[in-house]
Ligand binder design. Structure first.
Ligand SMILES: NC(=O)CC[C@H](N)C(=O)O
Length: 302
């Protein structure tokens, strides 16, 4: 595995320069493009990594999985009264579908859906941002994980589009808390700083029937774990979920910080990071690395 990871990074490194670092959030635009890391964490507890696997980055939409898991944990199936689990076929920050569908987002992994999940969690937790931070610290086994206040503030300053979605949902009665407070929580979750190793560890319960070995916690039931993986497989990469299923064939979740996490149920989790994105907002080199990994090990859930 170690030799394979080194080989994969060598093969995809020439792709750096073909994508574009996200700059619609100004604090993200300053991240040096020439970075690439990968970490694989097996259910047997073995960790393999290569490249910049220890460099923290902004997890962005990868945090949508953590929010969903918290909401399923305390509210179960009731959350689906507020949103769907259907792929959207639209960019992550699209507004058009939301109006047609009367303020009910298609799934929890587009921004509108994640905002509804954040609203659900806001009703449940006294301090939603701290609950989230502590949850990911437990999941990853890293008590040093922090929220990058500069990134969170930068997102809040440039919140027009996310705010438009949240207020539109409020107008349809699908938002229960103060919109600005929920936006603050949402941006602070997106601004969590983690590295590939942290994320591979934090997602390992999804490869292990909901059980996180290093924290000793059953995070989700086996059935709930399968359901979260199925939503990642159908919606984890926005309007590129079909391409990801075709090329990689694993449940995955990306973020505009350039990270992508994928799950091989029963085997391992993998996190790859390279900040330059393709047109759909997914890491360009990261997609290529995961495609090479899944084809070399011959694994696909399909
Ligand atoms: N796709 C993403 O990673 C988007 C997350 C980002 N914080 C946003 O709200 O636009």
């Amino acid at each position: 595995m170690q030799a394979l990871l080194n080989e994969i990074l060598d093969a995809v490194r020439p792709l750096i320069g073909q994508g574009k670092v996200a700059d619609y959030i100004p604090a993200l635009g300053t991240v040096p493009a020439n970075q690439l890391g990968i970490a694989v964490y097996g259910n047997d507890g073995e960790m393999y990594c290569a490249g910049d696997a220890e460099t923290p980055f902004s997890v962005q939409s990868i945090s949508k999985v953590f929010g969903l898991v918290q909401a399923i944990d305390h509210s179960g199936e009731a959350i689906w009264e507020r949103l769907g689990h259907e792929p959207s076929g639209q960019p992550f920050n699209s507004l058009v579908q939301l109006e047609f569908e009367r303020g009910r987002p298609r799934n929890p992994f587009i921004n509108a859906g994640a905002l509804v999940i954040c609203d659900i969690n806001q009703s449940r937790f006294a301090a939603p941002t701290l609950s989230m931070r502590d949850f990911v610290r437990r999941l990853s086994g890293n008590p040093q994980i922090m929220i990058d206040g500069k990134v969170a503030d930068s997102e809040y300053q440039h919140r027009a589009r996310n705010a438009a979605m949240a207020y539109l949902m409020q107008s349809f009665g699908n938002f229960h808390n103060d919109v600005e407070a929920v936006l603050r929580s949402y941006f602070s979750h997106c601004a969590l700083r983690m590295n590939c190793i942290d994320l591979a560890r934090a997602f390992c319960f999804l490869a292990n029937d909901g059980y996180c070995k290093h924290s000793g916690e059953q995070i989700l039931t086996r059935r709930q774990t399968q359901q979260v993986n199925s939503i990642m497989a159908t919606s984890g990469l926005y309007d590129e979920a079909g391409n990801f299923a075709y090329r990689v064939g694993l449940p995955g979740k990306s973020g505009v910080g350039g990270g992508i996490v994928a799950v091989v149920p029963g085997q391992f989790t993998v996190c790859v990071w390279s900040p330059e994105l393709n047109a759909a907002g997914n890491s360009l080199a990261g997609m290529a690395a995961l495609e090479m990994l899944s084809s070399r090990i011959g694994w696909s859930v399909f």
